[in-house]
Each structure stands twice: as structure tokens, then as C-alpha cells.
Design a protein around this ligand. Structure first.
Ligand code: ZN
Ligand code: ZN
Ligand code: ZN
Length: 366
């Protein structure tokens, strides 16, 4: 749980009401997940006791919250608080706040047990994914949000520079991952959220979890990690060579670096997400590694590590200033090695605004 900044939550609620009115949505209901803190600065405990923000299209926004958690809620003008006691029926309270609503936009990560209860209590109501609406606001970052994303990215860049002077060989992946988690916090995150340390043949698995495997000379090591800073996420990947890389590795890495540069260069308002994916992919395809780039080019980032917009083939969404996302091509040779290069970027008014700026070359470590 993070302490969230003092954004203009009332303005955000007003903005979502505008979108709700346009789409004929009667109420928004948000529980566990990132939409709730986006509109309230409060993150629900992921527990069996229901916490839910109810925003009727007209009428006051109300945060329904378990009595014992009320002390954790920072009071804001944007919403009223309605506490419920142990033994109370929070689903009935929520249903009453949105009674006679035809369409409800329900937070995507709301537990199914609450949705099932709401469906029983509101038989005439249709429930839709709230993210269809909330992404429209969350995708376009406010300058203050970009500031927190940049601070988080800079903190990961400092971790990367510290990694460069560390000895890799002789340590296990898990041991290096532990060191990365500590450095992630030391350099300016509230918490470290994930760490991938994938060495030797393990580097061919993009989401490899660190093992006891001992890193040795000749290994490629993919390090992909991040944390949360004031609620905002970081996510960067650098690839290291333990000792001199083979000519094949070095050549593949040059392709990877050129592909990532092509992806960054393609970014501008009005350019579609799919064409950024294509610009990146084309470089890898032309070098003959097309089949080895087995995932999308990137994902949005903000309060969640993966969110809209997705930089993926077929996504015709035009980029707009303020959208933040990763550019992270990879090349993976199963059983041999893999490599990935990932930076977080923002679409600026005329081109790319790079949040991660640590050196992008293949780093040679001992
Ligand atoms: Zn990933
Ligand atoms: Zn990553
Ligand atoms: Zn990523």
C-alpha cells in the first residue's frame, strides 16, 4: 500500500461522470484495483470485507468502507464516506446507492463474489467493464503523474548503474534478485514489486523467476525489475554479458538495440500503437530474428505495471501526448540465451519523452 499524492480527485470524478453521461452509464462501482485510488487516493484492502466507491452519474460519490478501515481513509471533498459495521450488508448498501440504475460500470478486478451479490440484489441492472471508461482518463497522464513516473524510472536507472559495477559470476540469480530489490527501495521506491534475473539458458524465458542457478562466465543475464513510488510503477530491463559475448550474441544485441531505437523514434501523437509495434518488429524481422521476438512491444504503465495502452499488433489506438508505456523488444533462442531491452517512455507533444535513460549497450560484467 502506498500513500497516494494529492491529485484533483474531484476533477477526475467530474471527468468520468462526463464519460458516463455520454455512454449512458448510470453508476460507476470500484473496489480492489488501481481505478479506486485513481479516483480517491485510497487503495482498498484486498479482503472479504467489501470496499466500494459508488459514483452515480448524478448524485454524490460515496465510498462504502468497512468501519474498521475508516481510519485509513484520507477524507477528501471528492466523496462521502459510508462506513458499514461488522454484520452489516455492504452489498445491500451499494445496491441502494445505485438503485434503479440500468447500466453499471464495475471495476474489472472486483471480486466475483461481490459481483454475484450485486447481480442478485440488482436483477434489472447490466454490468460492464469499468476500464472501458476509466482507461480513457488513466491512459493520458497528468503532468504530476509523469513526474512520479519519471522519478521512479530515474531510481531504477540508478540501480542499473550500481549493477554494472557488481560481480555477477558466482552469485545465484536469487541472490542477485535480492540485491536488486534492496537497491530498488534504497534508490527511491516505496516497495520493489518484481524482479526477473534470468541467466544463461534461463534468459530465453521472458518471465523467468530467479532460481538458485549460479551465474557463470559466458552467460547472458536479463535483469527486468521495478517498484512503486507514490503509487506509480517503474519497469526497466537491461541485458548483461558475463565476460565477452559471442559474436552471435553481440550481433543479435545490436539488432535489439536498433529495434528499440526504431520503436522510440516512431512515437508521436497520432501514430497508432500497432505502428510503433511494427517499427520495432521490422528491424528484428529484417535481421532474421522475427520468430524469436515472441511478445508485444510494450504496455502502458501508471498506477499499474501493465495497463492501457498496449503497444501490440492490431491496436489502432492513436497515441496522444501524456500516454506512458514501455518499449521492450526481445530476442529469445530457447535452450541458449535471450535478451531484452526495456525503457519507459511518454508520448510528448511532438515526439518521445524518455523516462529511462540508463546506457542501452550490452553491458559487460565480471
Ligand atoms: Zn512482462
Ligand atoms: Zn519489465
Ligand atoms: Zn514491461
Amino acid at each position: 500500500m502506498s500513500r497516494f499524492p494529492d491529485f484533483d480527485y474531484a476533477a477526475r470524478i467530474a471527468a468520468i461522470r462526463g464519460l458516463m453521461a455520454e455512454t449512458g452509464c448510470g453508476a460507476l462501482m470500484l473496489s480492489v484495483g488501481a481505478d479506486l485510488p485513481y479516483f480517491t487516493g485510497y487503495e482498498a484492502m484486498p479482503l472479504e470485507r467489501l470496499t466500494m466507491l459508488v459514483v452515480p452519474v448524478d448524485g454524490d460519490a460515496v465510498l462504502v468502507v468497512p468501519q474498521l478501515e475508516v481510519p485509513r481513509v484520507e477524507r477528501r471533498d471528492a466523496f462521502d464516506i459510508r462506513a458499514w459495521d461488522e454484520g452489516g450488508d455492504p452489498v445491500a448498501i451499494v445496491a441502494e446507492l445505485a438503485s434503479s440504475t440500468e447500466t453499471v460500470a464495475l471495476g474489472d478486478t472486483t471480486w466475483s463474489t461481490f459481483l454475484l451479490g450485486l447481480q442478485a440484489a440488482m436483477p434489472g441492472t447490466r454490468f460492464e467493464d469499468a476500464s472501458l471508461l476509466t482507461r480513457e482518463l488513466r491512459m493520458r497522464k497528468e503532468p504530476e503523474e509523469i513526474r512520479f513516473l519519471r522519478q521512479a524510472a530515474e531510481a531504477t536507472d540508478r540501480v542499473v548503474s550500481r549493477l554494472e559495477s557488481m560481480r555477477f559470476s558466482g552469485r545465484s540469480e536469487a541472490d542477485l534478485a535480492t540485491a536488486i530489490r534492496s537497491m530498488t527501495v534504497e534508490e527511491g521506491h516505496d516497495l520493489a514489486t518484481f524482479d526477473i534475473v534470468a541467466s544463461g539458458p534461463n534468459s530465453a524465458s521472458p518471465h523467468h523467476e530467479p532460481t538458485e542457478r549460479e551465474i557463470e562466465s559466458g552467460d547472458i543475464v536479463v535483469v527486468d525489475f521495478g517498484g512503486r513510488h507514490r503509487g506509480y510503477c517503474s519497469d526497466t530491463t537491461r541485458t548483461f554479458s558475463v565476460g565477452e559475448p559471442t559474436p552471435e550474441m553481440a550481433q543479435a544485441y545490436d539488432v535489439l538495440e536498433a529495434a528499440q531505437a526504431a520503436g522510440r523514434a516512431a512515437i508521436a501523437p497520432g501514430v497508432t500503437a500497432t505502428s510503433v509495434d511494427e517499427a520495432t518488429r521490422l528491424v528484428i524481422e529484417e535481421a532474421g530474428y522475427g520468430e524469436r521476438f515472441i511478445h508485444r512491444t510494450g504496455h502502458g504503465i501508471g498506477l499499474e505495471g501493465h495497463e492501457h495502452p498496449y503497444i501490440v499488433e492490431g491496436n489502432q489506438l492513436p497515441l496522444e501526448a501524456g500516454m506512458a508505456f514501455s518499449i521492450e523488444p526481445g530476442i529469445y533462442l530457447p535452450g541458449e540465451w535471450g535478451m531484452r531491452l526495456e525503457d519507459i517512455v511518454v508520448c510528448g507533444d511532438s515526439g518521445v519523452d524518455e523516462l529511462n535513460r540508463s546506457e542501452r549497450h550490452l553491458r559487460i560484467v565480471e
